[in-house]
Design a protein around this ligand. Structure first.
Ligand SMILES: *Cc1c(COP(=O)(O)O)cnc(C)c1O
Length: 763
């Protein structure tokens, strides 16, 4: 950011008042998180309020970091901060927006606004990649598309900006009109329009109308063909595109826009071949010697770099910091501006033995073998970077399961958009969340607005309670041995037979407990646990007679919801459930919840949501409904590293049973993953394989308990190279297919001995 305003300018623009005015120096940037402030004296700190925090609490901390300008909407004891200027406004967020709008107005340049259900960030980044051929562009960093993010993005526009690309996303009604006012775009791009992220809108039409408010003053609009008819009065010139996969459509769109901006077809073609892969997420891992490793594979540009450096600094707490880049990736950059950005974060070019890498650090010499307590930021995705990274990873991370929380969040959003507002989401977190991990995932799910949890056994519920989870928890299988846990830890048993119900009531009478919450399970065709529909009358009579229990919900489970060829059985089950649940509700004087859909049920029969749905595998990106699947993301990855490389001569054999004998001189790599980790033995001898540096390598010989071997005759792999067992090239579903099983079995088979690491969103 490189703005230039005085406090009087801001006071006038935002119609604020001075609580204290000490200083008329220039303000060059805006901060809203004191941890990210690095040039305090020319920064204005905006004291924003969120649901859980209040920026006014951090004034003192900001002041210590030499901040002398504060934008506030509460009263402040200014005497404690004699050198600071305080401008008070009605709302800090609104003031920032008004100011951003004013800033935007000063520049007579094309401003492109992008919105859409999915792919906004990808399109924005690709557009940037192609158009920067010709223009000096400012664009919103990462997916900075909220009300605040848009305002901050606009402040990035400066005298030498020739084109701005701003991403706009909304979560509530009427927000778009406001964004339109602030951005004042003259060109509009709608990437796609689907059901994801729709939770707060009544209908698709409604949502669409809301979205296109963004384009009301645009001279040009780029919009998918199929939506053209929905525009009420398409006065502006419209370019349409559609027809292919999401990626093809996006590329098509980029072509049209670039051509419209006067870039030649040949230049576009060349640029399209090098479109960056968009990875918006920062991954952090523990390193050896108490180092912390940050990975940002985000595409290469100085804005992205600055953000990553800011994040690193915010974590540093005076620890040494290093930035590690690949030399080959930086040759394209203007080195003097790179150095300028890096210098802002007090990093200097450092010497090391790593010849392919460009390193900046708190110290000018770095020996990676001895480095400790530092924070290493790896920016980029090149093999030479990954090599150093894997050397620096803590040993216990040589094989690990990676859980992508932003992807999980996306998936919850997708499922949420399929249920009516009155319907709750229950997350089934049995078997350690299907093998992923239990407590951290559950905590994250709670933040995403999950209202109920389900486990298979009481022990799992106890573990959740001990980790502090307060939500109601259903336990699917309970018996005599688990009643005490249910009482003590407030776990709600599923009740499925008369014997079991009587045993529970006996225990409740013994304990003197009344109104204990239970969930009635009916068997509507699965023929596993559950009362039969013929038991209905007797169940109702029993419950009415026993004040010890209170029915919290009635539910059933579908047997065939993923069968896309024949829905008849599922529909019978659903009808039967409708009948049973209505009768239970009628018989009881208090309201109960009704639920029958699991993930596949919600994917294929969303009209039967009732009051709650029970999500499991769908949260991890699996659905048999292709439309839904398209909008889901992979949550689980499974990675390891090569531990040894070996030459094998003609006639030599490999592994147990000598099932592989080389018929030519070859090379193999050994990976410390075996069937005890969940890599099934049936994948031996080329039935399965893994990816290294994006390339497939089949297994050779038999998979052992703790190791497997891959063929790498053709490739120059090295010890320490990262191995993808599950990931973007081979996802959970692909691996399950090769193993002739379902994703559930692969996931729950991921051994507990492998550590779980989490990808988290940095902002
Ligand atoms: C496991 C389970 C679910 C979730 O099933 P998915 O297919 O993973 O969505 C729902 N209901 C019950 C009773 C379950 O046991």
């Amino acid at each position: 950011m490189n703005i230039n305003y005085t406090s009087s300018d801001i006071q006038t623009i935002c119609t604020g008042s001075f609580l204290q005015n000490t200083n008329q120096e220039a303000i060059h940037s805006i901060a809203y998180d004191t941890r990210k402030i690095h040039q305090g004296s020319t920064t204005l700190f905006a004291c924003l309020k969120t649901a859980t925090n209040n920026g006014h609490k951090y004034i003192e901390e900001g002041y210590k970091k030499r901040v002398r300008f504060f934008l506030v909407d509460e009263n402040v004891a200014t005497k404690k901060f004699p050198e600071a200027t305080f401008i008070k406004v009605n709302s800090v967020l609104e003031a920032l927006q008004i100011w951003a709008k004013h800033h935007r107005k000063k520049f007579n340049i094309p401003v492109i606004a992008i919105t859409g259900s999915a792919g906004k960030t990808t399109v924005k980044e690709w557009m940037y990649h192609v158009l920067s051929e010709k223009f000096k562009i400012n664009r919103s960093p990462k997916s900075f598309n909220s009300q605040l993010g848009v305002a901050l993005s606009l402040f990035e526009i400066s005298e030498d900006t020739e084109l701005a690309i701003i991403e706009a996303g909304i979560s509530k009604r009427s927000e778009m009109a406001k964004l339109e006012e602030i951005i004042q775009p003259n060109i509009g791009v709608l990437t796609s329009f689907g059901m994801a992220h729709r939770e707060n809108f009544d209908s698709e039409e409604d949502h669409f109308k809301e979205k296109i408010v963004l384009f009301k003053n645009c001279e040009k609009l780029f919009i998918p063909n199929q939506l053209k008819d929905k525009l009420a009065n398409p006065t502006s010139l419209i370019y349409t595109f559609d027809g292919g996969t999401i990626e093809e459509n996006n590329i098509n769109l980029i072509r049209k826009i670039a051509f419209d901006f006067g870039i030649t077809k040949t230049a576009i073609d060349i640029k399209i071949q090098t479109l960056p892969k968009i990875a918006l997420r920062m991954e952090s891992l523990d390193g050896i010697n108490n180092n912390l490793l940050l990975f940002d594979a985000y595409n290469w540009n100085l804005d992205g770099l600055e953000q990553a450096l800011g994040y690193q600094l915010s974590l540093s707490n005076k620890k040494d910091r290093y930035l590690i880049l690949s030399k080959s990736a930086t040759v394209k950059l203007n080195t003097s501006s790179l150095k300028k950005v890096v210098a802002q974060y007090s990093l200097k070019e450092a010497k090391s033995t790593e010849k392919d890498l460009l390193i900046f650090g708190s110290n000018v010499e770095v020996d990676f073998n001895k480095l400790s307590d530092a924070i290493l930021l790896f920016k980029g995705n090149q093999p030479e970077l990954k090599r150093l990274a894997s050397k620096m990873k803590a040993r216990n991370h040589s094989t690990f399961v990676e859980i992508n929380l932003p992807a999980l969040k996306n998936n919850i959003g997708v499922w949420k958009s399929r249920v009516p507002k009155t319907c709750q989401l229950l997350a089934m977190v049995k078997a350690q969340s299907y093998g992923a991990e239990l407590t951290k995932i559950t905590e994250f799910l709670v933040q995403q607005g999950i209202g109920y949890l389900g486990v298979a056994f009481a022990d799992e519920g106890v573990e959740l309670r001990k980790s502090g989870v307060k939500l109601p928890i259903i336990v699917m299988n309970t018996d005599l041995s688990s009643w005490q846990d249910c009482f003590q830890y407030k776990l709600e048993p599923s009740v499925y037979s008369f014997d079991q119900m009587e045993a529970l009531v006996t225990e409740l009478i013994h304990e003197g407990i009344d109104q204990f919450p239970i969930h009635l399970k009916f068997d509507t065709g699965m023929h596993r646990l559950g009362f039969q529909s013929g038991d209905l009358e007797r169940v109702i009579q029993y419950i009415k007679a026993q004040p010890e229990i209170k029915v919290q919900s009635v539910f059933s489970h579908l047997a065939d919801a993923d069968n896309l060829n024949d829905s008849s059985f599922t529909l019978l089950q659903l009808k039967s459930f409708q009948h049973i649940s209505e009768n239970v509700q009628k018989a009881l004087p208090y309201p109960i919840l009704r639920h029958v859909l699991n993930s596949e049920g919600l994917g294929n029969y969303p009209e039967y949501c009732f009051d709650m749905v029970r999500l499991g595998i769908g949260m991890f990106g699996i659905s048999s409904n292709p439309e839904v699947e398209k909008t889901l993301e992979n949550v689980i990855a499974w990675k390891s590293t090569i531990s040894q490389i070996k030459d094998i001569n003609i006639g030599e054999s490999l592994g147990y049973g000598r099932s592989f004998i080389a018929d030519k001189k070859t090379k193999i790599a050994i990976i410390p993953v075996g069937y005890a980790d969940g890599f099934q033995r049936r994948l031996s001898n080329g039935k399965g394989g893994v990816y290294v540096n994006g390339k497939y390598h089949p297994t050779v010989g038999r998979v052992c308990m703790d190791m497997l071997m891959i063929d790498c005759a053709e490739d120059n792999l090295q010890v320490g190279d990262e191995v993808e067992i599950i990931g973007p090239n081979q996802n959970l579903k692909n691996l399950a297919d090769i193993c002739d099983t379902i994703p559930y079995e692969i996931m729950t088979g991921l051994s507990a001995r492998m550590p779980r690491v989490f990808i988290e969103e940095i902002d």
